[in-house]
Write a protein that binds this ligand. Sequence first.
Ligand code: IDP
Ligand code: MG
Length: 133
Amino acid sequence: MCQKTYIMLKPDAVRNKHIGEIVNRFERAGLTIERMELANVTPEQAAANYAEHAGKPFYDGLISYITSGPVVKLIVSGPDAVAICRKLMGVTNPLDAAPGTIRGDFGLTMDENVIHGSDSPASAEREIGIFFA
Ligand code: IDP
Ligand code: MG
C-alpha cells in the first residue's frame, strides 16, 4: 500500500555532513522524496512530536538535542513507506542497530541517534501536520 512517512535527519546527521548519503539510501530503496527542507525545530514542534516521552528521564535532553541545530525534514512515500523506512533506519540504539542500517552506520549513542521516522501511518499523518503545517 502506498504510504507517506515523516523522516527527520537529526542535528548530528546535518552537522556531520551525512545528508546526502542518508537521503540516497531512501532513493536507492525506490522510495520517493516528496518534500525536503532544512530548518530548525521549534520548541513547540519538539514538544508535540515527542509528547509520548514527556516526563521520562531523557526527555529534557531529547528536546535540547533536537532543537540544537538545523535538521532535514522529509516526506517520503512508497509502498509500506513507514515500515520500510524504519527498517532502513535500524533500531533506536545505534549500539544494537545492525551494520548497513542508517543508525548502525552513522550513530554511536542513543543521545544522538541520527534520524527520526514515524512509527505508524497515524503517527506519520500527525507528524507531517506538525512539521509541514
Ligand atoms: P524511535 O526514535 O526509534 O521511535 P523512541 O523510543 O520513540 O525511538 O524514542 C524517541 C527518541 O528519544 C529516540 O530516537 C532517541 O533520540 C531518544 N531516546 C529514546 N530513549 C532514550 C534513552 O534511553 N536515552 C536517550 N535518548 C533516548
Ligand atoms: Mg518513536
